[in-house]
Design a protein around this ligand. Structure first.
Ligand code: ZN
Length: 132
């Protein structure tokens, strides 16, 4: 069951916790055991799994990326958002999570984040849940 989620970001770079939205798609799918694919169909955004307990972790990751890949770096891409493209490829456009007993198998501190690198704007996240 392919589901399309809509995310509205509020900053140029931002991590949005989408764990609950993905979890809801898994429940809705009726799949008990299998795999959940999360895919971002954008070239200036990404999806990643990391700590959801301390919000400073997301901030540190963003600060690291923004510091190493600055917006005003020396790039050739005429659109002026090469930093966002680089960050998107660095983190990746998709990930897979195991589904067990109709729920995501995540570590205690793990959450799923939509990573905005060229906001703010309307974004899509595609979710496919497959049964074993
Ligand atoms: Zn571009």
């Amino acid at each position: 069951m392919l589901k399309e989620l809509h995310i509205t970001t509020g900053s140029r770079t931002e991590f949005v916790d989408i764990t609950d939205k993905i979890r809801a798609v898994v429940k809705e799918s009726g799949v008990k055991d299998g795999l959940c694919f999360v895919f971002v169909p954008h070239t200036t955004a990404a999806v990643t799994i990391n700590e959801s307990a301390d919000p400073d972790v997301r901030k540190d990751i963003l600060d690291f990326l923004n510091g190493r890949v600055p917006r005003d770096g020396s790039y050739k891409h005429i659109e002026g958002n090469s930093d966002a493209h680089i960050k998107s490829s660095a983190l990746g456009a998709g990930l897979t999570v195991i589904v067990k007993e109709a729920d995501l198998v995540l570590g205690t501190w793990q959450g799923i984040y939509f990573c905005e690198f060229d906001g703010s704007r309307e974004r899509q996240v595609l979710v496919e849940v497959m049964s074993r």
